[in-house]
Design a protein around this ligand. Structure first.
Ligand code: SF4
Length: 375
């Protein structure tokens, strides 16, 4: 991550964490003071959830900052001026009614925020958001679906620990080996009884004693015996002269991935449904409007550009489902003050939107596409 974007991300994480840290502590003040025992316990539980979310967010913030500060240092060793929480969450509790109304506002806000953040391009933040959304909904079980870009072992482990059932297609591994006609990782079966991998020739690859560090993952190396591989009839598809033994690497929490792989075998329908819901708008925008790149740069500008595209898409979709007259009738019903909205005004707005959309599709998008293809 580049310097400015890492810094903005760090501050954004602080804002998310500080809201939860402060409101969590405010709620915890009710512990032992609630009007009735059940409410007392319920508020303490919500406070614990919020402080737990703040801990995860601050831990991630510490990693993003890279200055050696952990979640405790960020939570309790900053000056008051450095906290980024909203003013509302730090107001004194007042009476019970005030606490409940504030908590209602914060929970609704948090749920919408965490729902959106589940689609964050940062897999760890997406995992924290999925956990927070689950806690806010009070759901015992939550399913999360994402495309293969989100596949990440640590996030899958966090989801499992938090009771979130994740479905994420694993990316193609070892396609280079497969293209060469050589055995891939999938051709080696793990045997839990002997803690070894069984190769296609039926020989056992044994674990080495020393664990291997791969970034923040600890892995066990399983290696074949050279004397066995030297005389193996399948060696042409397995080892090379340069590397005469075969090695398979296993993450210490690989059982999480194995359970996920087993789950994915029956996930076809669910993934197709996700693709219909999530990919269809993108496909339509790309094909119909030739929308392949953003014109602007920077998160806020891209968000604005995307919001305009989404507005056009949603509006045209709405009209194609309802039809213009039914749409106008529904608008009038939703807001009686606008029942007298002149039809011609609606039609004019529709015509203007259609004109803008058509112009975008026929003139702006092709030029932009050419421009990008040419560069
Ligand atoms: S070369 Fe070695 S590891 Fe590969 S299949 Fe033969 S015995 Fe097994």
């Amino acid at each position: 991550m580049s310097e400015p974007s890492a810094s903005s991300f760090f501050h954004y994480l602080l804002r998310l964490a500080d809201d939860r840290l402060v409101v969590g502590h405010r709620l915890s003040e009710w512990c032992g003071h609630g009007p009735i025992l059940e409410e007392d316990i319920a508020l303490a539980n919500i406070a614990l959830d919020l402080i737990g979310e703040a801990t995860l967010l601050l831990k991630l913030a510490g990693t993003v900052e890279g200055a050696g500060r952990n979640e405790d240092a960020l939570a309790y060793f900053r000056d008051a001026i450095d906290y980024r929480n909203a003013m509302m969450v730090e107001l004194p509790n007042g009476d019970f009614a005030f606490t409940i109304v504030r908590q209602f506002f914060f929970s609704v806000y948090s749920l919408l925020q965490m729902d959106a953040l589940q689609r964050s391009s940062n897999a760890e933040l997406a995992g924290i958001a999925a956990k927070a959304a689950k806690e806010a909904l009070g759901a015992e079980e939550l399913q999360a679906l994402a495309d293969s870009g989100y596949y990440n072992g640590r996030t899958l482990k966090s989801c499992e620990e938090d009771g979130i059932i994740a479905y994420v297609p694993p990316p193609e591994r070892h396609s280079r080996l497969a293209a060469q006609g050589r055995f891939t990782h999938e051709d080696f079966a793990y045997d839990a009884a002997t803690d070894g991998y069984r190769c296609p020739a039926g020989e056992l690859l044994r674990p080495t004693k020393k664990l291997k560090e791969n970034g923040d993952r600890l892995e066990v190396r399983y290696v074949s015996r050279k004397s066995v591989c030297d005389v193996c009839p399948l060696r042409g598809r397995c080892v090379t002269d340069k590397q005469p033994t075969r090695e398979v690497v296993r993450w210490v929490h690989e059982d999480v991935l194995e359970r996920h792989r087993a789950r994915m075998k029956d996930a076809g329908d669910m993934l197709r449904r996700r693709a219909c819901l999530a990919e269809h708008p993108f496909g339509t925008l790309k094909c119909r409007a030739g929308y392949r790149h953003f014109l602007v740069r920077g998160f806020n500008k891209v968000r604005g550009e995307w919001s305009l595209m989404a507005l056009c898409y949603n509006f045209t979709r709405l009209l194609s489902i309802l039809g213009f007259d039914r749409f106008m009738a529904l608008v009038a019903r939703l807001d009686p003050n606008r029942a007298c909205l002149p039809l011609w005004r609606g039609r004019t707005a529709l015509a203007a939107t259609s004109f803008a959309w058509a112009r975008f599709c026929t003139q702006i998008a092709p030029k932009r596409a050419n421009c990008y293809f040419a560069t």
